[in-house]
Ligand binder design. Sequence first.
Ligand code: MG
Length: 298
Amino acid sequence: MDWASSHDPRFDSFVLGNAPLKRLATGFDWVEGPVWFGDADCLLFSDIPNDRILRWSAETGISIYRKPSNFANGNTRDRQGRLITCEHRGRRVTRTEPDGTVTVIADAFDGKPLNSPNDVVVKSDGTIWFSDPHYGIAMDYEGARAEQENPCVVYRVDPATGDIRVVVDDLNCPNGLAFSPDERLLYVADTGRIFTDDRKHMRVYDVTDGGTANGRDFVELDAGFSDGFRLDEDGNVWSSAGDGVHCIAPDGTVLGRIHVPETVSNVCFGGRSRHVLFITATTSVYSIALNRRGARTV
Ligand code: MG
């Protein structure tokens, strides 16, 4: 199989020799934010520069889910299955209700507008954790240029009360984030301030009651950098990289990689048994069936 390479025997049983890397759709500009809707048997993802969220299903192919999308980026689902979306130009995080109406979850901190929410996860207690780097307000390509009024941090918002607090503040520009399957750890990618040579790496934090503690370096990839990632049921991190997807053990060892012919932005698990990895990569969306299941956390 020429689409995967193993660096550790643990990886050998994760990939299947007869499961191809498939390009499901192409022709986009920069896709990110994949999220699987098993109940609708479809994938939603953002085509950020084209200001739209697209829908893919094996039966019907590509259709437009939302346009304009306020230059949406990261997507996930809450514990009730509702779509949670980060909007660059809207400078907010929203929830899409079952009837299609959009509820604003967060659009300001300390009385000032958020920067451009990028990626988002929901904890089992219903709280919504999202990164707020400056990429969507640093240029017009993925949003609209605007003054930065808040630092680039990770927030936790409780949609039941509206309480919003900073939970990670030691990164230059937080991007992708995800919990370990037991929610005791929070992984956050730092992709650095745009147009600088800031270090690009991933850190991990202990999750405390309402925040994080004990941040430490987790991994720095040798090909491109980690933008978005998700974890499998055993806590391995499946991360975007410049040359595809890297699988990283909880101890920080890169176990292996899936080679994708375009720079990867993000991934999510989906399919019938959460055993399919969906991959957003520059102009295309790919999938590959694995001998792994995604963590139940979304
Ligand atoms: Mg991102």
